[in-house]
Design a protein around this ligand. Structure first.
Ligand code: NDP
Length: 507
């Protein structure tokens, strides 16, 4: 088992992290070139830590370590792998408060939300620990005296390129199945949010995973991320992030025929029928576009209101937004924190300016009252009179910006909701369950919630249609994302064969 030479330290009072180092082959260390970059507290704009900036040589070291132990880990029995995941789940629970504080500090999740997210992580570890010894192949009925069956085998070294919106949850939701099913892992966190991944690596080591099975390289996407996706020894890539970067990663993986799972962007519709319970639907719509300040792949940023209830709905929506508590993630009662970075802040602000030219600004558009002027806070912003061809209606903004449409005809509604390059998720608010389900079936999306807002769970598959992705995370469906199939056929007929027996054999 690895000894931790100099674990990262975190002082919550000063909001400062020291000794942030990468975790490669069970050891902590700097980037080979000795270069670091700053990670920033999005609530204040101040630097929290210097993080190693990996280059291709660091990625090589991490992949080499993961490759060295890949076969040993594959043939480690599943019960042992499951036991390690369970130990890790216990350690995450033990260190939940520190993980949550790091996540809030680095990514801008308000502290209670960060606690909820970290508190859920053992569910993923337990789920995959439970499945580790239950996943297997099948026997196949073939003609003749033969026994044919399949083996589900790991891919080998898998890369996990993680975004900044849910840094630890997204890391765990792909590495837990990968490890449970016998793969080794190299993780590249987003440059804005590396800290919870490094703390988690400390717990992986403490749980007793063998050196090299789990590695974390920190750095820039175009440098370390691209080197990882392009590495010929990486046999599986799980990428979560924007559709544009996903296309780049898919091309890099295609060069060496890696299996690539893409969890990409969205522009999800929230659909409200005239018989919906309005208070619930309003809360769902607010969650839909304001949850984590709109930095959510499934964010419901296109709101389709039936004409009969549109005015009343919008009045209630504004009432609800006026009382939303926006501020420092560590302040009591805060429900929405800042955007993750200056880059994201500038991007969202520029979309708000585009929206003002394209449509009617109905609510928000500015900086929330009382927030730190150096922090990256944006008010929930609602646009009406939006045309389906407007950029704010088509592009993933990844901020709390909502486009409102009205409808009266169900066929037109479905066509409008499906009029998107994305196809990740939809929410339907409707008391008539037959109407709700018939609409759900016609939507071109990977997930639908009826009378509920999105909740991620390890047992329910998550992924997108169209340009929202390929492959699935979570649930039994995601086993295919971390395994490959071997067909074995055994001839049970031991009598010698005459050469004539081979003639006419089906090819
Ligand atoms: P990206 O999609 O560019 O980043 C996601 C991850 O990919 C990060 O770890 C990033 O590293 C890495 N990466 C970036 N470029 C490459 C590359 N060439 N090869 C391999 N890996 C790479 O997201 P951004 O941070 O740039 O955000 C831009 C937009 O992406 C957002 O506004 C939003 O629309 C969308 N997004 C969607 C997410 C989703 O869940 N659907 C999640 C995050 C973003 P690094 O951070 O170091 O660049």
């Amino acid at each position: 088992m690895t000894t931790i030479e100099q674990p990262m330290t975190f002082d919550q009072a000063t909001r400062r992290v020291d000794h942030a180092q990468m975790f490669i082959d069970g050891r902590w260390g700097p980037a080979s070139a000795g270069v670091t970059f700053a990670t920033v507290d999005p609530a204040t704009g101040r630097t929290i830590a210097a993080v190693p900036r990996a280059d291709a040589s660091d990625v090589d070291r991490a992949v080499a370590a993961a490759k060295r132990v890949a076969v040993e880990w594959q043939f480690t029995d599943a019960i042992t792998r499951a036991g390690l995941l369970r130990t890790l789940a216990g350690l995450v629970t033990e260190h939940a408060e520190e993980l949550a504080q790091l996540e809030a500090l680095d990514s801008g999740h308000y502290l209670d939300k960060a606690r909820e997210l970290v508190g859920a992580i053992p569910l993923w570890l337990e789920y995959w620990a439970g499945l580790a010894d239950k996943v297997g192949g099948r026997t196949i009925e073939v003609p003749g005296n033969k026994l044919a069956f399949t083996l589900l085998e790991p891919l080998g070294v898998t890369a996990h390129i993680v975004p900044w919106n849910y840094p630890l949850l997204i890391l765990v939701r792909s590495t837990a199945p990968a490890l449970a099913l016998g793969n080794t892992c190299v993780v590249k966190p987003a440059e804005d949010t590396s800290l919870s991944a490094l703390k988690y690596a400390e717990l992986v080591a403490e749980a007793g995973f063998p050196d090299g099975v789990f590695n974390v390289v920190t750095g820039y996407g175009a440098e370390a991320g691209a080197a990882l996706a392009a590495h010929p020894d990486v046999m599986g890539i799980t990428f979560t992030g924007s559709t544009e970067t996903g296309k780049t990663v898919a091309k890099l993986g295609a060069e060496h025929i890696a299996q690539v799972n893409l969890e990409l962007g969205g522009k999800s519709p929230t659909i409200v029928f005239p018989d919906a319970r309005l208070d619930d639907a309003v809360e769902g719509a607010v969650q839909g576009f304001c949850s984590h300040a709109g930095q959510v792949c499934v964010a419901g940023t296109r709101l389709f209101l039936h004409r009969d209830i549109a005015d009343e709905f919008l009045a209630r929506l504004v009432e609800r937004l006026r009382v939303a508590r926006i501020g420092d993630p560590f302040d009591e009662g805060v429900q929405m924190g800042p955007l993750v970075s200056k880059k994201q802040f500038d991007r969202v602000r520029s979309y708000i300016e585009i929206g003002k030219r394209e449509a009617t600004l109905f609510y928000g558009g500015g900086r929330p009252a009382g927030t730190d002027v150096d922090g990256y806070f944006v008010e929930p912003t609602v646009f009406t009179d939006v045309s389906p061809s407007d950029r704010i209606a088509r592009e993933e903004i990844f901020g709390p910006v909502l486009s409102v449409f009205t409808w009266s005809d169900e066929d037109e509604l479905v066509a409008a909701a499906n009029d998107s390059d994305f196809g990740l998720f939809a929410a339907i608010w409707c008391s008539d369950i037959t109407r709700a389900l018939s609409t759900a079936r016609r939507l071109q999306v990977g997930g639908v919630m009826v009378n509920d807002w999105f909740g991620e769970l390890p047992m329910a598959p998550h992924g997108g249609y169209k340009q929202s992705g390929t492959g699935r995370e979570e649930g039994l469906e995601s086993i295919a994302s971390y395994t490959q199939v071997k067909h074995v056929s055994v001839n049970l007929d031991d009598s010698p064969r005459a050469s004539a027996d081979w003639a006419g054999a089906p090819l």
